[in-house]
Design a protein around this ligand. Structure first.
Ligand code: ZN
Length: 151
């Protein structure tokens, strides 16, 4: 898939792609948002249960390429328990990382996506779930498309 990503990173991405975490609908979600990346055909829906300002639970469903699924899966593991402000900061870090390859601060396992910046067509796959998360947190009813976002 990616010739010059390290084997470890590929392994993490493939694992989350084949066995996505928190891959389920959430009937009692506080909010949700759909994301669509028409360039690749990735579609997903992200669900959140909020406890005040904090994300108590998060899940997603959808279909798409390995990068988009792995990104959504790792997102759910990363943002559970975090506040809006913390998630906003992580979103900025992820956007910087997938567009430039630079890792600012501690992004944990999300660092597996740093190599995506070498594949411009895949950047939107990696960022799709994050835009859906932001849309859900902002309470936007409209589905988000990577084509209408300034990524
Ligand atoms: Zn994709």
């Amino acid at each position: 898939m990616f010739d010059d990503l390290s084997d470890l990173y590929q392994e993490v991405i493939l694992d989350h792609c084949k066995h996505p975490r928190n891959f389920r609908e959430m009937t009692a979600a506080t909010c949700s948002a759909q994301g669509h990346n028409p360039l690749c055909g990735d579609q997903l829906k992200l669900y959140l249960t909020l406890d005040g300002d904090r994300i108590r639970d998060v899940s997603f469903v959808g279909s798409g390429c390995c990068i988009s699924k792995a990104s959504a899966s790792l997102l759910t593991e990363c943002v559970k328990g975090k506040t809006r402000a913390e998630v906003g900061k992580t979103f900025d870090q992820v956007r910087e990382m997938v567009t430039t390859g630079k890792i600012e601060g501690d992004v944990g396992r999300l660092a597996v996506f740093a190599g995506v910046h070498k594949y411009p067509a895949r950047v939107k796959c990696a960022i799709l779930a994050w835009h859906a998360l932001a849309a859900a947190l902002n309470g936007q009813g409209q589905p988000v498309s990577t084509e209408s976002e300034d990524i």
